[in-house]
Design a binder for this molecule. Structure first.
Ligand code: HEM
Length: 215
């Protein structure tokens, strides 16, 4: 669970950095070039299969742990004060993960399925930079984020991601044995900072496009 989680975290970092180029205020040129590279490079396309396999393993592992925990205590406590020893989001990883998965189904339909599988993007527009033709994924993104409901669902997805990471980041290191008191606090701080920063940057993308902050 921790290894697949950390692998997915490394994907989120790359995905977030590449997507953040939409803020370069260059009409999407840098982002479109990156999207083209990510969609055509053989190594990246192979890594895409590894990514989906990692995601699947993470989900299967999560479900196994969830049902193991349920089986371990078939009869619930009469009086339980779970809040005394754990945070609500630590006890809600399965539901938070499910919300992220629901968001991902919509997200894959919006971008990945259309640009990487069917090739049928909504706008089907292209830009020519330095003599090469690039699919206008930036324009596609802007169009998709003109719908307020889509923006709301994306922001809710990012909020679920925030809570999921807030527990998951620290927990992954703990499961791998990195819980020595010397660096425990540094890991906890990095986990909190990472969860806030990555979720806020992701959420700012649909919001900025919807509100027209980026042209
Ligand atoms: C909220 C802001 C986000 C935006 C604007 C965004 C945008 C995109 C775009 C444009 C693509 C397709 C790239 C292409 O086909 O060329 C993509 C792919 C993808 N996104 Fe996102 N994304 C966001 C957040 C997320 C989050 C939070 C996750 C995971 C929890 C995620 C997971 C993925 C995955 C798994 C793919 C497919 C991977 C691949 O094909 O390499 N995205 N995203």
């Amino acid at each position: 669970m921790s290894l697949t989680g950390l692998f997915l975290i490394s994907f989120l970092v790359i995905h977030c950095i590449i997507n953040a180029t939409i803020f370069f205020d260059d009409g999407g040129k840098t982002f479109n070039k990156f999207a083209h590279f990510m969609g055509t490079n053989v190594i990246i396309r192979t890594m895409e299969i590894v990514l989906f396999a990692g995601l699947l393993l993470h989900i299967i592992d999560g479900l196994l742990i969830y049902f193991q925990n349920k089986k371990a205590r078939p009869i619930q406590y009469v009086k339980e004060n779970a809040a005394a020893s754990s945070k609500w989001y630590s006890r809600s990883m399965a539901i938070l993960g499910t919300l992220i998965l629901l968001f991902l189904v919509m997200h894959m339909y919006h971008f990945w399925l259309r640009s990487r599988i069917t090739g049928l993007t909504i706008l089907d527009t292209h830009h020519i930079y330095d003599g090469h033709t690039y699919e206008n994924m930036y324009g596609e993104m802007k169009f998709i984020f003109t719908n307020l409901w889509v923006v709301v669902i994306y922001v809710l997805g990012c909020i679920s991601l925030f809570w999921h990471l807030l527990h998951g980041f620290k927990s992954a290191f703990q499961s791998l044995g990195f819980n020595h008191h010397k660096y425990k606090h540094a890991i906890a701080f990095s986990g909190d900072a990472f969860s806030i920063i990555i979720s806020a940057i992701f959420a700012s993308m649909p919001i900025a496009m919807y509100l027209g902050w980026i042209a």
